[in-house]
Design a protein around this ligand. Structure first.
Ligand code: 2M8
Length: 444
């Protein structure tokens, strides 16, 4: 590293820490100051990865505080509400999670989940803690391991009642990629007659540019699906019986598979049996290769359980992410990479790789949330995936993009893939924390 790049990295590290300090509440880190004031599930895991590079105390608190919202059946909600704030829609009164006998009594949460990256983060936090203080590391492990095991247990049972190896999601919010064109076909099937259009007021469009956010027709369906689960008092068997949205998602199951392996490692460190977690990871990887691999396109595609068939959308970044969990064999990995490089993901030529959706894909937008902008967490996951298969040059490109985008435009939620301009919220926590992780890996 040259002197200049060392001082550039030092400056970015300082700024990233300022962003996290700003969003830190003393218990958890807001994803962003105004748009997302509560605690979000996968955001917290990404944030813990960043804290693990310099403040293991906070990394640990972040995860412990998230798991305080866990339900008695293991469900880890996607939002744990801060009771002092009511500036987010949909707030806890919309979720009505008190209808479920499993929801916590002492605090309010949402009733959907998010991709299970937590064991991945917990493993990292544990390893960093162990370097500092073996006893504290052990204490952390003893408290977090049973919670993680219950979370994964819930996903492998309630969300996979037929033991296919793949967990289902039942709301686009559970994918983390809320308004990806991946879900358009399913959402289009939901016919909302006037009397079934929920009435509500969105707050998000008061905080950031409306053009950067999902459209009302998407929100109507998001809220309708919240009502569908609440009306069934969050009884999973009842929900899945007629859920309009029921998907075995590529990204969700990739992360579950990777997290199962990390959970096995944590089990070993604790003297517990890692074998069940390893077996689940193997089962998931096998199922992804059988059910979700599409040989014709050379991509992984999600599976629509409500209609029974693959989701034939060939342009989403998630199709490549099984690389992260070492799911494809070398031949499939090569196909994926050649697809990635020959499509509109800006791996070659100008622009910033990788947009969340192919720029030539139907439904692409360079500014609209999960319909095309570059997201730092997607780059981070794909970068690790490419590295696992030895695609160093491609991985390097993604690493450099993370740094370049933040340098040029700040800590935005997402970025225009052509101009690099920041969109959505500013001061976005996982942009800061994953940048910290990347620079830490560089030795910066
Ligand atoms: C976005 O989702 C929330 C709903 O959960 C929203 O739009 O209000 C998504 O980008 C999601 O992946 C993310 O976890 C959340 C907080 O950053 O914001």
């Amino acid at each position: 590293m040259t002197e200049a790049s060392r001082s550039q990295a030092g400056r970015l590290i300082q700024q990233a820490k300022i962003v996290l300090d700003f969003n830190w509440t003393g218990e958890y880190t807001k994803p962003s100051p105004r748009l997302y004031p509560h605690q979000w599930s996968w955001d917290s895991a990404f944030v813990a990865l960043g804290y693990a590079t310099y403040d293991t105390g906070r990394a640990r608190r972040e995860l412990v505080s998230l798991f305080a919202g866990q339900w008695s059946d293991g469900l880890l909600p996607h939002i744990v509400f801060n009771p002092e704030l009511n500036n987010y829609f949909p707030g806890s009164h919309v979720w009505r999670t008190d209808l479920s006998p499993n929801s916590p009594r002492d605090l309010r949460t949402s009733g959907v989940v998010q991709p299970p990256v937590h064991a991945i983060a917990a493993r990292r936090v544990y390893e960093r803690l162990a370097e500092e203080d073996a006893q504290e590391a052990r204490k952390f492990l003893e408290s977090i391991y049973p919670a993680l095991a219950a979370w994964h247990g819930y996903l492998h049972s309630d969300r996979d009642p037929d033991h296919t190896g793949l967990a289902y999601i039942r709301h686009p919010w559970e994918s983390g990629m809320d308004n990806s064109p991946l879900w358009d076909g399913i959402l289009q099937r939901i016919k909302l007659r006037p009397e079934r259009v929920p009435s509500y007021q969105r707050l998000d469009v008061g905080f950031v540019d409306e053009g950067d956010r999902p459209v009302d027709a998407e929100y109507d369906r998001f809220i309708h699906l919240v009502g569908h689960a609440a009306d069934r008092e969050y009884d999973e068997a009842e929900i899945r019986r007629d859920a309009p949205f029921l998907v075995q998602d590529v990204l969700f199951n990739t992360l579950l598979c990777a997290a199962d392996r990390d959970l096995a490692t944590l089990a070993r460190s604790l003297g517990e049996d890692p074998a069940p977690h390893e077996a689940r990871a193997d089962h998931a990887a096998g199922a992804m290769n059988e059910r979700l691999w599409d040989e014709g396109s050379g991509l992984y595609l999600g599976y629509d359980l409500a209609e029974g068939g693959p989701i034939k959308v060939y342009d989403a970044i998630s199709s490549f992410l099984p690389l992260y969990a070492s799911i494809p064999d070398a031949r499939r990995a090569e196909k994926l990479v050649s697809n990635l490089e020959s499509s509109g993901f800006f791996m070659r030529g100008g622009g910033y790789p990788v947009p969340s959706y192919d720029r030539h894909g139907f439904g692409y937008s360079p500014v609209k949330y999960w319909r095309g902008p570059v997201w730092i967490n997607m780059n981070w996951l794909l970068m690790h995936g490419l590295r696992r298969y030895g695609y160093e040059e491609q991985a390097r490109k993604l690493r450099d993009t993370i740094v370049r985008l933040v340098e040029a435009s700040g800590f935005h939620e997402y970025f225009h893939p052509v101009t690099g301009r920041g969109h959505g919220s500013d001061f976005f926590s996982w942009t800061a924390s994953l940048l910290l992780d990347v620079l830490h890996d560089d030795g910066g």
